[in-house]
Design a protein around this ligand. Sequence first.
Ligand SMILES: *[C@@H]1O[C@H](CO)[C@@H](O)[C@H](O)[C@H]1NC(C)=O
Ligand SMILES: *[C@@H]1O[C@H](CO)[C@@H](O)[C@H](O)[C@H]1NC(C)=O
Ligand SMILES: *[C@@H]1O[C@H](CO)[C@@H](O)[C@H](O)[C@H]1NC(C)=O
Length: 248
Amino acid sequence: MFLLLVFLVAVLPVNTEGGEIIWGTETKPHSRPYMAYIKFYDSKLDPRRCGGFLVEEDIIMTAAHCYGSHMIVTLGAHNIQEQKNTQVIRVYKAKLHSDFNNETLVNDIMLLKLEHKAQLNSAVKTIALPKSNDWVKPGQVCTVAGWGILPNCTSPETLQEVNLEVQNGQKCYARSKNYNNSIQLCVGNPNERKATSKGDSGGPFVCGGVAQGIVSHCLCPYAPPRVFTRISSFIPWIQKTVKLLQQP
Ligand SMILES: *[C@@H]1O[C@H](CO)[C@@H](O)[C@H](O)[C@H]1NC(C)=O
Ligand SMILES: *[C@@H]1O[C@H](CO)[C@@H](O)[C@H](O)[C@H]1NC(C)=O
Ligand SMILES: *[C@@H]1O[C@H](CO)[C@@H](O)[C@H](O)[C@H]1NC(C)=O
């Protein structure tokens, strides 16, 4: 049920000023080698997809609301229709944050252990995580990438990226009292009309080469900002969970 809710609310941003939604651009192929394309089935057995990112050779980080059955990860992809040089690896085990709330979507973070290690190469690499005291501030501009739907509601074949500005947490709190700035990021300037969309969930929000956020949800039906998980607030949980997943 929660998946249905998430995907229903993940509609395109409403632009109150008229005009077109300004989307991102296609990434330079393999310039984001940590990107993972995740396919799974939701509780209604409908096929779904999310983004994710490689944090260890056999560990993917993504959003908890991207949990489902038959999870399978593709690494090293640019055009998702092309299998050449990609690594397709099944998920062996998933650990959602135990305080993930499928209604308010707080603690929207999950780690996936792959069936085997990825082979690292120029198209497949891990990304660094922040330190606990790494506090992302309003005004910072970082990049998010994904294969989520385009403004014309079609799915792109190639990986897209967009630069988004971190907002003052008050902007998200004003729209939803569930917003918690100590564990979430409020992202996307409402005047810029750029945003993430359905299918981008779980992807990384990258600031200076470090994954600082996870695409979580919109405060629909409002335009951006959107809510991302603040990774630096979960470092103890990440360390503990990675250790758990690495146990034989
Ligand atoms: C959402 O959370 C509630 C309460 O924890 C639980 O009963 C329900 O099964 C969950 N829904 C899904 C789809 O996991
Ligand atoms: C949708 O938009 C993309 C990017 O602008 C474009 O490449 C594609 O052809 C469009 N698809 C349709 C059906 O209009
Ligand atoms: C925000 O999250 C922190 C960390 O989980 C928690 O301690 C705090 O109580 C939360 N604040 C609110 C208002 O829920």
